[in-house]
Each structure stands twice: as structure tokens, then as C-alpha cells.
Design a protein around this ligand. Structure first.
Ligand code: PRX
Length: 662
């Protein structure tokens, strides 16, 4: 098994560092003594009878209108959890807390980037969700429909999601940084009936627009009947009277009654779609359903973060447009009755201590962020967090990519004051909730290791032939169905089977390589397929290649993810121009920007290298490994299969001369 991901960071140099890591951190006695769980009982219970374990979690943490009669129906690879059960996710997130007399408890402390704030209690949120749910009905949205949401990080975003859940419509949230093309592809694929967007949002101190992009998408699609627009920035927007509605006007209008009984949904009804990049150019609509998803996110949010809803202030500093925000800003925290912070903007606005200022002002107890962010904070220096009192913090979380031990140690020392447990949570859009993570009161951690599967989840490494690997490197597989697993790919059940269940028989293969050390600790090593991980965001090489060749001047393109100190990986595009075009820096820049226009700024290559040819095998296959070696400045590995050896030298020269984004 190759431990270097096929298109990812070369991990050879660091595997051994990980492997010999001998720093260990036990939960402090003080933490352990008040932790929700501090012994192995949850693990033991799940190991003894995993279905009974999950059934207990489902009954304890979720309120059902009708109890389920069967825990799991497993027709590999199709799972159904908690059959016969009916429930409503918005009821679980809102009504039950208000009914229990906790309506005045703060659900969200929301902080806008310009410094404006909103305090939203559970009663406020219930009221707004019910009103908006009725507005949606008034606009013709029915149970079973799909609603697309394209919004900045404002409170109306969770309101929109919960309103959909309340009436049984599935939402499809599209991250606000995606382009018009990406948005219209997702609208089309889901046949979404309604789009909820905003005039714009704030980023790095400036308002940005969303409505124009939304308009362009709606123009290019056929299924959207109405568009609801939240006013956030007050900027001028173009308006189409026959489809556009202001959110605030609808919420003051006749359809916005605050009385909206929740739909009784089947446990397996679709809750949402979330599109994610795979190894092909077409993003996949990952399907999450109701009962199993809610059970696992509530369970993990509680135990992985040691959540004490009465006293904690929890903050997941992700964007709701990604699965992390779905599960750990919206559904998990609300169902647990937590008080959370939501921050709209960037961590360097107005200063590089913005996050630490928020932690201090709100008394944040759990902080959940990505290794990329931590590495950026490291670059900015320890003096930034040192300006603030961070002593309220109890648990620190990371997600999205492997965390290097140095970043782990920095997080531990400078943010956690040397005393907070760190939970490195491995999971995916497809898994819905945490899969591999320490439990903070139980697990002895090692910097850089996600440690072990959570109770009720079963993982194994296998070799190329699918044989279990006890020690050393392998492919990470999940051996048993889990409640929040994806139920499929929207509109393509065969692709679901093929993508996740065909590589190793009877096993879910997640696309990641990992190592298991002598103590049985798991060390995630990154993707082993053609998926890049840029700042914790998945981007497929094929998708970027398609966007590159879409430019009129481009004849052929190859994309690799090269190791990057801050973003984990950076996108490097190698492009062969069509005959009549000269290889100028300006054209390289234009091609680079073209990708941003086609896919969104997050997919813009850091560098586009204009090359006369690409390294290919004699059978014509592009040797990406060599391109990655060039991008990472390494001496080349085996080049004997290369058809024309001189190509690589030329590429290397061109790469050294090509401009790079900062
Ligand atoms: O490669 C793994 C990496 O992120 C991928 C999943 O990406 P996505 O679906 O966008 O979800 C990200 C947030 C859950 C995985 O296949 N990944 C995620 N968490 C970790 C990680 N790699 C190493 N360690 C992690 N903690």
C-alpha cells in the first residue's frame, strides 16, 4: 500500500515522526472528575451490543412522536435506521426545549463581522422558524420538496434550514463562496423549487454580493419558482418582481403565522442534501435522513465535546455551508439545547485577535476549528491569543484534515493553556457525524492522532487486497453501518454503491489512508484518491481540470494538490495552451481566475504553470506523481515509465518561473 496519497501531500517525511510520537496527554484529574463520561462504559456497552447501544442513544437523546420498532435494516450497502419511528428535527432542536421551560435560554450569540450582534433565545428561534416555515408553505413548498439555500453566516441561515425540516422539505445548502455555475448545477441536480439567499454578507471588512450570483444561477435553471432574499448589507440588488421576495416583508406578511405544527417525518425521510466533491467532475448530492442522523450528531456533540448545556458556551468556527456547520453548528448543538456562538466573518477582521476576543467576551468553553486555521494562527504569533483571557476554554476540537503535531502542540499550549483536552475528530460529509475521535474525559491523546473510533463505530485498516492490517499503513474502512451514514447519492444509487462499497467487499471505504501504531492509535494520512484537501475543503482534481480546459486558450490540463504549510494542500494546475496562444503571465492569471469564476474562489489554483507538454506514460496516462514532486520541489522518483524524459525538466523550469498567489 502506498502511504503517499495518490494526489495528496507527500507524507513520507512525516509518517515516521507521527509513528514515533511519544508525547501523550492524559485527561487531567480535574477534567475527568466532572466529565460526562470518564471510563470505558460507553465503549463496552457498544462493543457488547451496538444496536442496543444506538437504540438507547436514540431513545435518550431524541424525542420521537412514534417509537421505532426496528433498530437497523441492512441491505448492504443500503441502511435504514430506527424503522417505524416518526419525529421532527426542528421539534427536537426547538420546541422540546421551550416546552421544558428553557425558552429563555440563549441558542445563539451571533456576532456579525462589522461588530453588530444578535442574541437569539430558543423561544425566539422557534418563533422565527415557525413563521418562516409558514412563509415557505405560502410560497408553495411542500413536504418532500427540495429547497436550495445560498447564504452568508447570518441567523436566517439556520432559521431557513430548520423551517425546511419543520415542514418536511429537504434543504440543500450551497456554501456562499461557490460560483453561479456551481450553484446552478446543484439546483438542477436536486430540482430545487425555491432558493433562499441574501443581498450579500461581510468578509474582511467589506460587503460582498450574493444576489447577482444567485440571479445568474436562477437564470440558468428551470426549477426555481421563487427566490427569498434576506437583507443583510443593504447594498443595491437587481430585482425580478415575479420571483423575488424580501424575507423581512414576507415575515411581516399574512402568511407568516407563528403557529406551525411540525410534520411527523419518518425516520428515513430525507433531511438534507449536501454536495461534495468526489473523484469525478460532478459533485455528489450526499443524502442524510432524519432519525439516525440526528441520533449520532446529538450523541457525538454531547460526548465528544463533553457538553454541559447549562453552563457551556460552545463555538464551532466553521461555515454552515459545510457539513461541520450542519452537524455541529445547527443540528447537534440545538438538539442538545446548547448555547453557541456564531461568527459571520474572517478571523483577521478587524484584527488578528478577533477569535480570541470573541472567546473572552462570550466565555467560550469549547472551540472547534480546522488545522489550517490553527497553522494560520501560529503564523500570526502567540502574542495574539495572549492579549486575551482564554481561561474559559475547556475542550478544543479540530476537524477537516490531519493535524500536524506542531499545530496540535501550539493549540494545546497557546489556546488551551496546556490543560484543555484536544479532540481531533475524523469524519466526512458522507459520515454525517464524528467517527474517529477521543472522548475528552476518557482518551489519552497523542498529538496528531485522531485516536480511536467513537463508541458504536467500527473501523479497520486494510491492505490493497482488503486484508485487515493490525499495525502500519492501510486504507481506512468502516466495517459496520452507523446511524448518520449517508443513505445514498441523490439520483444515483449505483454511483453510491460503486463509490463507497465496491473497492473492498462489505466495507465502506472512505478514501483516506491511515496508520495504526503499536498502541492501536489511528493516524490519518490524507486522501488516497484524486480528491484534494485545501484548508479542510474537499476539491476534486477532475473538477478543477474541467474548469481549466473550459477556458478557450487551454488545450489540456493536469491538477495536483501540493503540500502547503498553511492550507495543508494547495492547488497547482499544469496547463498546455492551444497552438495560437503565447505563454504569458497574464494569460496564466486569466486561466487561474477562470477557475474561480467557474467553481468559486476556493478552487482557484495557487499557481497555474503553462507548460509545453505533460509527463505521460507510454500509454498516455498523465504521471501526476511527478507533477507533485515538481510542485513540492522534490527530486523525481522513478521516471523510467515516462515517454519523454525531457518534459519534466522543462516543466520544472516553468514552475520555478510561474507567479504564485500569496
Ligand atoms: O480526508 C479526510 C479529511 O476530510 C475528508 C472529508 O472531507 P469533508 O467531507 O469535506 O468533511 C470535512 C469535515 C468533516 C476526509 O475524507 N478529514 C476530516 N477530518 C479529518 C480529516 N483528515 C484527518 N483528520 C481529521 N480529523
Amino acid at each position: 500500500m502506498a502511504t503517499t496519497p495518490a494526489n495528496g501531500t507527500s507524507t513520507e517525511a512525516t509518517i515516521e515522526d507521527y509513528y514515533v510520537e511519544d508525547r501523550i496527554f492524559e485527561p487531567a484529574d480535574g477534567f475527568r472528575s466532572s466529565a460526562l463520561t470518564a471510563d470505558r462504559s460507553l465503549y463496552d456497552e457498544a462493543a457488547a451490543d451496538r444496536l442496543a447501544f444506538w437504540a438507547r442513544q436514540a431513545r435518550e437523546h431524541v424525542t420521537w412522536f412514534t417509537d421505532f420498532h426496528t433498530v437497523l435494516e441492512w441491505d448492504l450497502p443500503f441502511a435504514k435506521w430506527f424503522l417505524g419511528g416518526t419525529l421532527n428535527v426542528s421539534y427536537n432542536c426547538l420546541d422540546r426545549h421551550v416546552e421544558a421551560g428553557r425558552g429563555d435560554k440563549v441558542a445563539y450569540w451571533w456576532e456579525g463581522e462589522p461588530g453588530d450582534t444578535r442574541t437569539i433565545t430558543y423561544a425566539d428561534l422557534l418563533d422565527e422558524v415557525c413563521k418562516f416555515a409558514n412563509v415557505l408553505k405560502g410560497l408553495g413548498v411542500e413536504r418532500g420538496d427540495r429547497v436550495c439555500i445560498y447564504m452568508p453566516m447570518i441567523p436566517e441561515l439556520p432559521v431557513a434550514m430548520l423551517a425546511c425540516a419543520r415542514i418536511g422539505a429537504a434543504h440543500s445548502v450551497v456554501f456562499g463562496g461557490f460560483s453561479a455555475d456551481s450553484l446552478s448545477d446543484r439546483i438542477d441536480d436536486a430540482s430545487a423549487k425555491l432558493l433562499i439567499t441574501a443581498d450579500g454578507g461581510y468578509r474582511r471588512g467589506e460587503p460582498f454580493g450574493l444576489k447577482d450570483t444567485a440571479d445568474a444561477s436562477v437564470e440558468a435553471t428551470t426549477t426555481i419558482e421563487n427566490v427569498v432574499v434576506v437583507q443583510r448589507t443593504g447594498q443595491d440588488v437587481s430585482w425580478n418582481d415575479s420571483v423575488d421576495y424580501w424575507y423581512h416583508e414576507l415575515m411581516d406578511g399574512p402568511t407568516a403565522s407563528a403557529d406551525c405544527p411540525p410534520e411527523h417525518m419518518d425516520s428515513e425521510d430525507l433531511l438534507y442534501l449536501l454536495y461534495t466533491s468526489g473523484t469525478t467532475a460532478k459533485p455528489k448530492g450526499i443524502m442524510h435522513t432524519t432519525g439516525g442522523y440526528l441520533t449520532q450528531v446529538v450523541f457525538t456533540h454531547k460526548y465528544v465535546f463533553d457538553l454541559k448545556p447549562d453552563t457551556d458556551v460552545y463555538w464551532c468556527a466553521a461555515d454552515i455551508g459545510w457539513v461541520t456547520g450542519h452537524s455541529y453548528i445547527v443540528y447537534g448543538p440545538l438538539a442538545n439545547g446548547a448555547t453557541s456562538v456564531i461568527y459571520e466573518g474572517t478571523p483577521d477582521t478587524p484584527g488578528r485577535d478577533r477569535l480570541w476576543d470573541i472567546v473572552e467576551r462570550y466565555g467560550v468553553t469549547q472551540l472547534y476549528t480546522a488545522p489550517t486555521a490553527i497553522r494560520t494562527f501560529m503564523k500570526w504569533g502567540a502574542q495574539e491569543p495572549a492579549k486575551h483571557d482564554l481561561s474559559s476554554l475547556r475542550v478544543l476540537g479540530t476537524v477537516g484534515e490531519p493535524i500536524n503535531p506542531e499545530a496540535w502542540m501550539w493549540y494545546h499550549t497557546h489556546i488551551g493553556g496546556g490543560s484543555c483536552p484536544i479532540v481531533d475528530t475524523w469524519w466526512q460529509t458522507e459520515t454525517g457525524g464524528h467517527m474517529i475521535s477521543p472522548l475528552p474525559g476518557v482518551t489519552t491523546t497523542k498529538p496528531g492522532s485522531a485516536t480511536h473510533p467513537i463508541p458504536g463505530v467500527f473501523a479497520e485498516l486494510v491492505d490493497d487486497d482488503g486484508r485487515p492490517v493490525e499495525r502500519g499503513g492501510g486504507y481506512l474502512t468502516i466495517t459496520r453501518p452507523w446511524p448518520s451514514m449517508l443513505r445514498g447519492i441523490w439520483g444515483d444509487p449505483e454511483r453510491y454503491r460503486e463509490t463507497y462499497w465496491s473497492r473492498f467487499e462489505g466495507r465502506y471505504f472512505a478514501g483516506d489512508g491511515a496508520k495504526i501504531d503499536d498502541d492501536g492509535y489511528l493516524w490519518l494520512l490524507g486522501r488516497v484518491d484524486d480528491v484534494m484537501n485545501i484548508s479542510g475543503h474537499r476539491i476534486s482534481t477532475t473538477e478543477v481540470e474541467s474548469a481549466l480546459v473550459d477556458h478557450a486558450a487551454v488545450a489540456e490540463a493536469a491538477v495536483v494538490g501540493a503540500a502547503d504549510d498553511t492550507t495543508g494542500q494547495a492547488i497547482i494546475g499544469y496547463v498546455i495552451l492551444r497552438g495560437s496562444h503565447d505563454a504569458t503571465d497574464e494569460l496564466g492569471e486569466e486561466v487561474r481566475q477562470h477557475v474561480a469564476t467557474k467553481l468559486g474562489p476556493i478552487a482557484r489554483p495557487k499557481t497555474v504553470v503553462l507548460v509545453p507538454d505533460l509527463p505521460k506514460t507510454r500509454s498516455g496516462k498523465i504521471m501526476r506523481r511527478l507533477l507533485r514532486d515538481v510542485a513540492e520541489g522534490r527530486s523525481l522518483g522513478d521516471t523510467t515509465t515516462l515517454a519523454d524524459q525531457s518534459v519534466v525538466d522543462e516543466i520544472r523550469t516553468r514552475a520555478a518561473e510561474s507567479p504564485q498567489e500569496d
